[in-house]
Design a binder for this molecule. Structure first.
Ligand code: NAD
Length: 283
């Protein structure tokens, strides 16, 4: 107990007010738990109120609230509520996201718009709200959860890849814009991670999926030592980096050998994926 307590109290996260979007399950939930263990004061928001209440109970959170990241009013109200109850947020983690997959031509227009709304506009809205409160204080950290799918494009997830590539571009531009402002802006690019979002899919052949706790550790690491981005797992980050130096035909051949061509098409187990796709459709 003594040693654990020393670790908790020595973390630079101690007392920091952290807001996490989409924190009711998966990566957001694991991140909330990790940051609480390191002494942060965490508030989670999520569109799924039932799961949100259960998560808050499990994590012993004082502050949670229904949040729809696609609705600016909802986001501003949630952020203000956290500011009043816990203090001005030091950290915003834009994590909420959805990933419906399948053949591009079969994707309903509504699904594409919803993905852009949540995965991209949600991040843009959150970043602006946090900047408005952090810039005058010359202090704060915004972490946007992108994906390796924003750099390694996968058939069957074209719109998802597009949203994540856009999150990467947006975040990098905002980081450069505010380089000397005292506010840090970072990206996390996870590989396949074992949450409901990847239900019924298999990750790259020969490589393991990440666990949500590994993404949480990477986020904690970025907060303790701010850097522009983190790739998780590190090995998949290295594969991605190596592909950049390969001729296109070699890089695409490697992606096919890893199973990339079918992982979101014929490689999907529809019955294992059905519940996730239904939930994502209602988000
Ligand atoms: P998840 O489905 O387990 O959790 C996502 C949470 O976001 C859910 O609780 C959901 O209710 C919430 N959400 C959805 N729409 C929302 C909205 N409009 N407003 C507020 N909350 C909303 O998914 P996850 O795997 O934990 O994904 C978290 C983030 O990580 C996403 O941005 C995802 O794209 C990204 N990511 C995931 C993986 C992976 O393999 N799991 C890989 C790379 C990146």
């Amino acid at each position: 107990m003594g040693a654990d307590w020393d670790v908790m109290t020595s973390s630079s996260l101690r007392g920091q007010v952290v807001v996490i979007t989409g924190g009711a399950r998966g990566i957001g939930y694991a991140t909330a738990r990790t940051l609480i263990e390191r002494g942060a004061r965490v508030a989670i928001g999520d569109i799924d109120e039932t799961r949100l209440l259960a998560a808050a109970d499990e994590l012993g959170l004082e502050v949670t609230g229904r949040l729809d990241v696609t609705d600016g009013e909802s986001f501003r109200a949630f952020y203000s509520m956290v500011s009043e109850r816990l203090g001005t947020p030091d950290v915003l983690i834009n994590n909420a996201g959805i990933m419906p997959v399948g053949p591009t031509l079969e994707e309903p227009e509504e699904a594409a718009r919803r993905m852009v709304d949540i995965n991209l506009h949600g991040v843009i809205t959150g970043t602006k709200i946090a900047l408005a409160s952090m810039l005058p204080r010359r202090n704060g950290h915004i972490i946007n959860i992108a994906s390796m799918a924003g750099e390694a494009f996968v058939p069957g997830a074209a719109t998802y890849c597009a949203t994540k590539a856009a999150v990467i571009a947006f975040t990098e531009a905002v980081r450069l814009e505010h380089r000397t402002s005292g506010v840090s802006v970072s990206l996390v690019l996870p590989t396949f991670t074992n949450t409901e979002l990847v239900a019924g899919t298999t990750g790259p052949r020969g490589f393991r999926n990440a666990e949500p706790e590994e993404i949480a550790d990477a986020i904690a690491g970025l907060l303790e030592r701010p850097r522009p981005r983190a790739y998780v797992t590190r090995v998949m980050g290295q594969v991605l980096a190596a592909q950049r130096f390969m001729p296109r035909s070699v890089a695409e051949g490697l992606a096919r050998r890893l199973g990339g061509e079918q992982m979101f098409l014929a490689g999907v187990d529809p019955s294992a994926r059905q519940a996730y796709e239904q939930r994502a459709g209602k988000s």
